[in-house]
Design a protein around this ligand. Sequence first.
Ligand SMILES: C[S@@+](CC[C@H](N)C(=O)[O-])C[C@H]1O[C@@H](n2cnc3c(N)ncnc32)[C@H](O)[C@@H]1O
Length: 273
Amino acid sequence: MNQDIAVHYTGHGKLADAIAERLREAGKDPARLTTSDLASVDEFHIRGRKATLELAAKMNLGPGSHVLDIGSGLGGPARTLVETYGCHVTGIDLTPAFCEAATTMSGWVGLGDRVIFKEGDATAIPFPDGRFDAALTIHVAMNVPAKDEMYRHARRVVKPGSIFAVYDVLQGEGGTVRYPVPWARDASISHLVTIDEMKELLTGAGFRIVEVHDSTAESLAWFETMTARMASAGPPLLTFQTFLGADFVVMARNQVQNLMQRRIRTVTFICEA
Ligand SMILES: C[S@@+](CC[C@H](N)C(=O)[O-])C[C@H]1O[C@@H](n2cnc3c(N)ncnc32)[C@H](O)[C@@H]1O
């Protein structure tokens, strides 16, 4: 199944090359990029960079913090944390092409010395106990059937008293998900749970839940704003289509329908270890 997930996200291509090519076509100098040039593709979750910053604001971060990002994708959230708080971030991700591209892209924006991306499975995190000052995971657990193992490892690798911030897509009360969606082309790699199941999983792993925020309405508003912007100014320079291919158009449409019909919800959990 892990292989199916990697193929779903990236096919077989060289991602950083495809992104660099797109940037060059648009007249961007790869030696002068900023993190905002990449934000429309490297923050691979609903509400993008704004959602990452909201989460980060609850994580007690400072320049000395070492943070773990579980399911780090192309590394956008990790670079946002580093740029905003001056911390260090280690990302792990199942998809080798994402880890490779995340490392290359961090070098493009001069943050290569503060982030590390390593291939790894959220259900078998390859770090010792108490290694990190905080951890986060954004839009990852939808692909993970063994969430109990994922959260048990998250609890194990953070220091007692530190924050674990989770922002994920959950099962809503409106019925089953319409596929394809950005995390799965069909139900075989999709494993959503409800808000109550999430609470049980997180407390079962030893976390105290400090805050729960359902951002479904904000997520819908974000899609509306993005659609209106694209209607007037055209699509952004880089989109998730760069790696999800032409399917992304229908995935995005389904995502809106799923949110509107409350088949899915976007929810944040701030947890204390
Ligand atoms: C929708 S992307 C989100 C990426 C990133 N968190 C972000 O918000 O930009 C989901 C990511 O989860 C990763 N993933 C899925 N299952 C995983 C697992 N068991 N362990 C680690 N990463 C996993 C995928 O490879 C993909 O990079």
